[in-house]
Design a protein around this ligand. Structure first.
Ligand code: SF4
Length: 110
């Protein structure tokens, strides 16, 4: 199963469980996020964006994850990969980009 909404609904479910555990202070949320990130590493951009949102952005804005060196390294890798695969300088693939609703360039030019 997959590719209905994202390449790995199971990874999204595990990331969602991690978010729920994080909100309820139930141990295991970091492991859920780590597993989900590992599962989507080789999958489509939408799956990666959704899982990375759960695993990094969600805990960061809620103050349960500090932006340490490991976070900075993972964010760097994710952004670099996004630039290589989706937001290419010569031909950005905005039609498949999960960031387009937040992207100033896209909003200005579409
Ligand atoms: S929507 Fe923005 S971030 Fe996404 S590919 Fe287009 S220009 Fe790049």
């Amino acid at each position: 199963m997959g590719n209905l909404i994202a390449g790995s609904p199971l990874a999204l479910a595990i990331a969602s469980r991690g978010a729920a555990r994080c909100c309820l202070a139930i141990p295991g949320w970091k492991e859920d996020f780590a597993l989900a990130v590992e599962m989507v590493a080789a999958l489509d951009v939408t799956s990666r964006a959704l899982v990375l949102h759960f695993a990094y952005f969600f805990p960061l804005v809620n103050g349960v994850l500090l932006p340490d060196a490991i976070f900075a390294q993972r964010a760097h890798i994710a952004l670099r990969r996004h630039g290589q695969e989706v937001c290419k300088r010569s031909a950005p693939r905005c039609e498949v980009c999960p960031l387009r609703r937040l992207c100033t360039f896209y909003l200005r030019t579409s």
